[in-house]
Write a protein that binds this ligand. Sequence first.
Ligand code: PLP
Length: 469
Amino acid sequence: MNYATNLDLSQMDKLSLFHPLTSVADNLRDGPAIYTEAAGTRVRNVGGQELIDMGAGLWCVNVGYGRPQLADAAASAMRELSFQHLFGGAASEATIRLADRLMTLFREKANAPHMARVFFGTSGSDANDTALKLVRYYNNQLGRPAKKKIISRLGSYHGVTYASGSLTGIASYHKAFDLPVDGILHTSCPHYYGFAQPGESEAAFSDRMVADLEALIAREGADTIAAFIAEPVMGTGGVFLPPADYFTKVQAVLARHDILFVVDEVITGFGRTGEWFATGLYGLKPDIVSLAKGLTSAYFPMSASIISDRIWSVLEETSPAVGAFMHGFTYSGHPVGSAVAMATLDLMEEEDLVGNAARLAPYLLEALRSRLADHPYVGDIRGVGLMAGVEFLAQRDPRRPFSDGRAPHRVVAKKAVEAGVLVRALPFSPVNSFSPPLCITRDEIDIAADRYAAAAKAAIPDLEQLSQA
Ligand code: PLP
């Protein structure tokens, strides 16, 4: 019996749907925000309101919504082959061609000729799980089973599975789940604006962050540390850009201690920073790169782990003795996902969406800075490419953060929805993030910035209350 027939969608949701990353109590009280259609940068909700999605979903709909080329690619692939796994050496043409194209693209655009192969999965979290397992596998094959710990960073976001959730450096993702698991360590968060000491230069801050990393390695013993994982720009943490020379110095430390470098490009990959890959932008030399989101513009769940010669050569040499590599998913290299990824890359190239991100990056920052310059609770506005963050402060001069548990950015994000713009309220710092589809125009940035600034202004009385110590 369909007992829910007489219920409206909101009631049905409350009775049936368990939402990820959502307060159960809030959802039971407020019900869901239901969206029905979308095109380009705009989404429409069930009430008929049109909003500019300055988050591109979850930093992922890079080519924009409603692209018929992607729908057609998926439909054809579903008709032709529907499914093909990769186990036991099986493959499909679409996936082989995507692997070839992705390796060429990454080697060229990320200045990373040392990358050797790509392994496919279905989410950013599983790409990081794959990375973690590969790191262990590599060291075990090399006969150094003690070299196993992974260093991540406070404030980082690497997903929510048992392993990737442990890599994530945000306490709210660990609470009540008994995470992180053993063997995962977190070093300092390199957010200069938030964590620099009074008078500390960016270079000195960077040195301090690297010294913290070295001290952690020394404390644990370098022979127990297998890898270091980092997002080039920390997204969910609060759009934290790496401080001056941070990665150059970090990479020198990793090389000195024979520690692998896992670069999590789940957000930054595929044009978000105005370069194809942040690996190229920041001169990184990774051993493993995690990609997802922009690979298919989120039209199909797909991730990729790109691995270096250094790891591949060990896999190749030890294979005859070890046997099959016993890791992989039913949907690894799904031919429908591969077709969607190919169509996504076609669109990215035809429309020069990476170039658009680079060209509009200063425009987005200026649009926000000029409109929010006098806002009494906006402390910092920063970004790279089409990835920006607005950080709130309880007091600008002298600087005082909002007390723990206050969430000024949630108040503003809520008012922004009423004003017709979607921005994200992040879980680690009081930051609203902006990561629009890379096809956004100047006019749309202006409209979105106007709406956001109006929302931020309307929130001032609430923020004043929250700012009281
Ligand atoms: N890594 C980073 C940097 C991310 O931002 C995310 C998701 O936002 C993930 C990993 C996890 O990806 P997924 O949600 O697809 O598992």
